[in-house]
Write a protein that binds this ligand. Structure first.
Ligand SMILES: *Cc1c(COP(=O)(O)O)cnc(C)c1O
Length: 414
């Protein structure tokens, strides 16, 4: 038998304009940060970077919380870490669901043994906060979880009233702001949100794989009380003081992670050094731009995109009064194959937009205007590409009008 020597496959990454709700394009400065040399995880130069990341995360989360640090893993790792910390089997968890990411809370909660109570709102809408408050009153859960920006439907849940009620009733409020973090305003301290999970590959615009979280003293108190495992790193004294069951996950044990992110620097897992460089660079860029400017940039590009879509003769999906500024959902015209249009757009324009899930699959496209990719040139490119691809696939559109309407929005803003 003769052995054939095959050459290793060559890595090929084509250029793309990504206009999905994530992952999105990354600023070249973040890509450069990823190529910096590795540092040891206890090297003072690296622990200094960790401390700076915590300081910047507090600023970007707009919170006074002491704990603001990243979890190594994608955004659901942050969600899972908080659920693992807060839920012991049998604890009641209320999950208002208005899209697919509400279901993710249910799934993770179930795995940790929560007694789940759900509340449903039709996809394309959000909840009246009073309805959630009434349900909290009825069920009296240990925690309520909510999604701030539901990427699957492009809706944003108002959150300014629920937290203060939760606080009065000694209920914890946990919010997934993965898709709005660095793209839309969220006020954990004013709105009494106890824990938040932010995102990396969305409006912060760094690669997927690290997840900023923050939580307050109410959450920390629970974490510190959880039973310490026998062979873990806790002292005998700490083990004696702990009660209940240990956190079910080693990887997501926020008690141990806190000890690594504090000056104690107790070893847990090997920190993802390069991802911390990317996070650092990404946060620097956000703070350099300024949060208010960044939110305004997202609003402006959203406005131009919506104007273009409507002028083209297309319709938007969902209740406009609760639209997410970072995701725009467009109805697929009758008789048009949604995936075929996406394929033409990708092949000929190298532009990617997203489809949707469940009942909305084939019915809507989702266009993300997030972070680094949220720019005038990208919005105009996606409008031009979408129009051409629609015509190619047999749709009737008002030719040229979408682009002109979008340019009008930009001109009016100058
Ligand atoms: C993208 C997204 C997530 C999931 O993130 P992963 O990084 O894929 O784990 C969770 N919640 C919302 C609202 C999202 O948009």
């Amino acid at each position: 038998m003769t052995e054939t020597i095959t050459k290793p496959a060559k890595l090929t990454v084509p250029p793309r304009t990504i206009m999905t709700p994530g992952p999105v394009e990354v600023d070249p400065r973040v890509l450069r940060a990823l190529s910096l040399p590795i540092l040891g995880q206890f090297d003072p130069s690296f622990t200094n970077i960790m401390n700076e990341n915590m300081t910047m995360l507090r600023q970007v989360f707009q919170t006074q919380n002491h704990w603001a640090y990243p979890i190594d893993g994608t955004s659901r790792a942050g969600i899972e870490a908080l659920i693992a910390a807060l839920i012991e089997p049998g604890d009641k968890m209320l999950v208002p669901i208005y899209g697919r990411f509400g279901d993710l809370f249910v799934e993770i909660g179930e795995r940790y043994g929560a007694e789940i109570h759900t509340l449903d709102s039709e996809w394309g809408t959000v909840f009246d906060q009073e309805a959630i408050i009434a349900e909290i009153k009825r069920i009296h859960p240990k925690i309520v979880t909510l999604v701030h920006g539901e990427t699957s439907t492009g809706r944003m849940q108002p959150l300014d009233k629920i937290g203060s009620y939760c606080r009065e009733e000694d209920v914890l409020l946990v919010v997934d702001c993965v898709a709005t973090f660095c793209g839309a305003d969220i006020r954990p301290d004013e709105w009494c949100i106890d824990a938040l999970i932010g995102g990396a590959q969305k409006c912060l615009s760094i690669p997927s794989g690290i997840t900023p979280i923050t939580y307050n003293e109410r959450v920390e108190h629970i974490i510190l009380k959880r039973k310490k495992v026998e062979r873990g790193i806790a002292t005998a004294e700490e083990r004696k003081r702990s009660t209940g069951l240990p956190i079910r996950s080693n990887y997501f044990d926020l008690g141990q992670l806190q000890d690594y992110w504090s000056e104690r620097r107790l070893n847990h897992h090997t920190e993802a050094t390069s991802m911390n460089y990317a996070l650092h660079q990404g946060l620097e860029l956000v703070l350099e731009e300024g949060l208010d400017n960044r939110f305004a940039r997202h609003k402006l590009n959203e406005k131009a995109l919506m104007a273009g879509i409507l002028a083209m003769g297309l319709e938007l999906f969902g209740d406009p009064s609760c639209k997410m500024p970072t995701v725009t959902c467009v109805r697929v015209p009758e008789g048009i194959n949604a995936d075929q249009v996406r394929r033409v757009l990708l092949e000929h324009f190298r532009i990617e937009i997203a489809g949707s899930f469940g009942a909305l699959q084939g019915k809507i496209w989702r266009i993300g205007t997030m972070g680094y990719g949220c720019r005038q040139d990208n919005v105009l490119a996606v409008l031009a590409g979408l129009e051409a691809s629609l015509i190619r696939c047999g749709a009737v559109v008002r030719r040229g009008e979408g682009l002109q309407a979008a340019i009008d929005v930009y001109d009016a803003a100058d």
